[in-house]
Design a protein around this ligand. Sequence first.
Ligand code: DC
Length: 229
Amino acid sequence: MKKITIAIDGYSSCGKSTMAKDLAREIGYVYVDSGAMYRAVTLYALDNHIMQDGHIDEERLKQEIESIEISFQFNPERGRPDTYLNGTRVEDRIRTLEVSNHVSHIAALGFVRENMVRQQQRMGQQGGIIMDGRDIGTTVFPNAELKIFVTASAEIRAQRRYDELTAKGEQCDMQEILHNVEERDYIDTHRDISPLRQAEDALVLDNSHMTIEEQKQWLLDAFHKTVGE
Ligand code: DC
C-alpha cells in the first residue's frame, strides 16, 4: 500500500507529539518532531553565546547554520526518536524552560526556517512520515494527503506543560508557564515567515476535553478514511 504523508500542526503544548508518535507506532511510519529541530538550533545558539540577554548575533548564526547537524535516533525505551545535535544527545536539554523561552525568536528567523524546511523535506521524500510542527501542512508538505490542525485552550495547555515539567523534577511556576504558552502562541501566529495557521484542507482537532485514548482513535479513524480502508 502507498505510504502517505501526514502533517500535524497546531499550538504549543497541545499534545501533538504524543499523538503523532503513537500513530506512527501504530501504523509503522517514521515520526519527526520538527519543533525539536528549532529547539536544537536554540540550544546551539545559547551554548555558543550566539544568543545572549535576548539578543541574537544573526550574522554568526547565519555563518554557522550549515554546520549545525540535527539528527534523530529511535530510542526503544521511550518509544520515540531522541534528538541529536552535532552527534550529542540533547533530548532532555532542548525541553528545558530556558530553551522554551527562547525558541520562538530563533524559529522566526528566515534563514533558520529555510535550512530546517529543506532538511524536513529531505526526510519526507519517501512518504510514510508523520511530522508535527507549525508549518508542516502549509509550507513543508503542502501536498500532504492528511493534515491535522490541533488546538486546545491556553490554560489547559499550560497545565499539561506544568505537569510534564514537575514530573521531571523541574521547579516551575504556573503563571510563568501560562505566560510562556501565550507568548509563544502570539509569536508563532504573528511572525512574518510561515506563521502558524490552519491549512485550508486540514481537519481540526480540539482536544481540550479529550483523553489520550479518544485522540488516538480519532486520529486512527482519520488515517483509515484517508487511505480508504
Ligand atoms: O512544538 P514545540 O513547542 O517543541 O516547538 C518549539 C518552537 O518551534 C515553537 O515556538 C514553534 C517553533 N516551530 C516552528 O516555528 N515551526 C515548526 N515546524 C515547529 C516548531
